[in-house]
Design a binder for this molecule. Structure first.
Ligand code: CTP
Ligand code: MG
Length: 398
């Protein structure tokens, strides 16, 4: 009887998560229109400034374009310098952005901030006054200089958000939780939103939470197809010839992409393959998988439990570059990419830039704190849904 009650409460939690998502995270057409107006407004100023090569564009990346944002998300933008402008170096870019910042202020932008122009990827921050129906609101923008891989990983995340509404809901709730718990601030050596989303994608593509998580905490691994297909491992010919529900490939096809940060910086190649045609098949797969699988509340609780107690941080890397049910070891990363074998805490391999650890900013002491927060979130759901404390809502959780 206890188990049946706990199941009901987990269903209640799932419904509360969906309701919270509908209330706070769905981005309306109005918000999309506002973002496009701000993007093109900034692009106009860039084009008029003449400090940048002809054909320079402004592109949106991050949560405004990856499907895991909310109406209040900031707007991450980047300046795309045309490849033909080979003599336009990073130094030129920084000086052009300094001039651009002045133009922004002249054009009425608020709090234009050039402090981060000295960063690895130079950034100007500003608030764009957007007027509609007699009301003015300030849209917070970060404008960076060239960021080709961020645009690509945004496209990857966006494709996940399109094929799996459940992933959108989970990502939104987890990002909200991380912000509320104050563990989502890379400047303070905790983890970026991007890092949390990658942890979720890793979890969903590699594990299968079982329904009886309160009673039976063991995860069953490798028996069922994943909750989420790994887009970087779907056979590219699957759309033309779908065999079974999901076919995983052993070796990824190579879509070599040449990263040309700036002409004076080294050029390197990354494999940017991910499955992006025939998404209807994947949408249908996830509708079916979601019907037959555990409810959202169970998946959320299992995610927290997994990263609190089950994931072997000492030995493993959070990596999407593995077959379902397999894991990449720190030892392998040490051999392939020279990563430290002895980094005690969280390591997250970027889905494209394999040599880049998305969690490199996280201090060891903060890692322990984050792990405790995972445990606390799990125990809150477990105790609330085991029947003693009654209903738990998406808001209670955080
Ligand atoms: N990014 C990256 N590498 C990182 C951090 C971020 O490439 N180590 C890029 C990703 O393209 C990511 C974007 O920068 O989508 C924005 O990062 P972040 O602010 O962490 O994520 P958002 O999705 O924008 O989250 P939020 O809603 O909290 O702004
Ligand atoms: Mg952002």
């Amino acid at each position: 009887a206890g188990r049946a009650k706990s199941k009901d409460m987990l269903m209640d939690l799932s419904n509360a998560m969906k309701a919270l998502y509908m209330d706070e995270y769905r981005v309306s057409d109005d918000v999309h229109a506002r973002r496009e107006a701000v993007r093109s407004g900034i692009e106009e100023i860039v084009t008029a400034s003449a400090a940048f090569p002809e054909g320079t564009r402004v592109a949106v990346f991050g949560s405004s374009a990856n499907g895991f944002g909310s109406p209040s998300s900031d707007l991450d933008l980047c300046l795309q310098i045309p490849q033909s402008a080979t003599d336009f170096t990073k130094e030129h870019g920084v000086s052009a952005m300094t001039q651009l910042a002045e133009k922004f202020t002249e054009a009425g932008m608020v709090d234009v901030d050039t402090v981060r122009l000295t960063a690895r990827i130079p950034i100007v921050k500003l608030n764009f006054p957007y007027d509609k129906d007699g009301k003015s609101i300030l849209v917070e923008c970060d404008l960076s200089l060239q960021n080709p891989l961020a645009c690509l990983n945004t496209a990857l995340l966006n494709t996940y958000s399109k094929i799996s509404p459940d992933t959108c809901i989970l990502a939104s709730i987890i990002k909200r939780w991380a912000k509320m718990r104050d563990i989502n601030n890379p400047a303070m050596h905790t983890l970026s939103s991007y890092g949390y989303v990658l942890m979720l994608l890793f979890y969903l593509t590699s594990s299968e939470p079982n329904d009886g998580f309160v009673v039976d905490p063991g995860n069953v691994r490798g028996k069922n197809p994943p909750l989420l297909v790994n887009l970087q491992r779907v056979d590219p010919s699957w759309a033309q010839n779908p065999v079974g529900p999901y076919r995983e490939i052993l070796a990824k096809p190579h879509n070599q992409y040449c990263i040309h940060q700036h002409p004076t910086e080294p050029i390197y190649m990354v494999n940017t393959y991910f499955y992006r045609s025939g998404l209807e098949i994947l949408e249908q797969y996830h509708v079916n998988r979601s019907k037959g699988g555990p409810c959202l509340g169970v998946v959320l609780a299992s995610f927290f439990r997994y990263f609190a107690y089950e994931f072997d941080y000492k030995k493993l890397v959070v990596s999407l570059d593995t077959k379902h049910g397999e894991f990449k070891e720190k030892e392998t990363k040490a051999e392939e990419d020279g990563w430290s074998l002895y980094k005690p805490g969280l390591a997250i391999e970027d889905p494209f830039e394999h040599f880049y650890d998305v969690a490199h900013v996280v201090k060891t002491s903060n890692f322990h704190h984050i792990q405790q927060e995972f445990a606390l979130a799990y125990s809150k759901i477990a105790s609330a849904t085991s029947g003693d404390r009654g209903f738990v809502t998406g808001r209670d959780l955080i």
